[in-house]
Design a protein around this ligand. Structure first.
Ligand SMILES: [Fe+2]
Length: 288
């Protein structure tokens, strides 16, 4: 009789130790089905009751964790959708802007495409390439606040008030986009897309590597597209003529590494090169 009681006490002590070990594991976030071994009818009453309660509690916690995970996934997906919609909205604004000026139709998309190719050629990470592409699409969005005068042909040089408006557009663009947090560095790039390596750009006269790399890339793509498309003040140049100008001002107006990367893009030339019936002007177009 005394032996039976001792054995019973030992069994209880073992099961209690198991229960405590399981509770410790659960407290450490390590759920397992071990608790089920302590819910059998042969397990002493109080330990079984605690084990059953623990089992129920773990099922509820796991269900909530699963629901929480689904919720997080849904929130992530909604967040992505909001980003896409916002980007689509501002891209539509950029396209609407081009409708005001027959000469710049398609300019933003071409700049975005060329800039992304240069970024890729320079070995930038895919996420940065996409960032540069987005900056290319939106780079002139600040012109949305400009008067129609800047889109009208001017004789020789732009009048001072038009120049002032043009020079304000990078800052205006950054101001429009600054609240779209997900755009990140795109806003900084847009603000600096008319800066020059030699510090003679605008609006802040930044120099060299102080200018974000994305902005230096956009500047090359922007300059090339401006030179090779027909504008009120000049007929579009050939690829070769534009390349000569880019080369000639690499290190002064444009970043030399970005120009070199552009030169390596064989894909640009055949697509852009067309028989040129007119004489290229041989001058750099006014910065816009
Ligand atoms: Fe611009």
């Amino acid at each position: 009789m005394a032996g039976n009681a001792r054995r019973e006490m030992n069994d209880q002590s073992n099961e209690l130790s198991q229960l405590l070990a399981i509770i410790e594991n659960v407290a450490g976030g390590n759920y397992s089905n071990d608790i089920m071994a302590l819910t059998g009818s042969d397990v002493p009453g109080p330990i079984r009751i605690i084990a059953e309660a623990m089992g129920m509690m773990m099922v509820k916690v796991e269900t909530r964790e699963y629901q929480l995970e689904l919720l997080v996934q849904e929130l992530r997906s909604l967040n992505e959708q909001i980003k896409r919609n916002s980007l689509q909205t501002v891209s539509s604004m950029a396209q609407a802007l081009e409708a005001r000026d027959a000469y710049t139709r398609g300019h933003a998309e071409r700049v975005a495409g060329i800039a992304a190719l240069i970024a890729c050629e320079m070995g930038l990470a895919p996420v940065t390439v996409e960032l540069v592409r987005t900056a290319g699409v939106l780079h002139d969005i600040g012109k949305i606040g400009c008067s129609d005068r800047i889109f009208q042909p001017h004789e020789a040089r732009n009048p001072p008030d038009v120049v002032k408006e043009i020079m304000a557009h990078p800052g205006a663009g950054a101001e429009i986009l600054k609240h779209l947090d997900f755009l990140g560095e795109v806003v900084t790039i847009i603000h600096a897309h008319h800066e020059r390596i030699d510090g003679k750009g605008y609006p802040r006269r930044m120099k060299g590597n102080d200018i974000p790399l994305g902005a230096r890339i956009i500047a090359v793509a922007d300059g090339y597209d401006a030179m090779t498309t027909d504008r009120p003040y000049q007929k579009g140049m050939t690829h070769q003529a534009a390349l000569e100008i880019l080369r000639g001002q690499a290190g002064a107006k444009w970043d030399a590494d970005c120009v070199a990367a552009f030169e390596r893009l064989q894909v640009i030339a055949p697509a852009q090169e067309q028989p040129d019936e007119g004489e290229p002007t041989g001058t750099t177009p006014p910065a816009q």
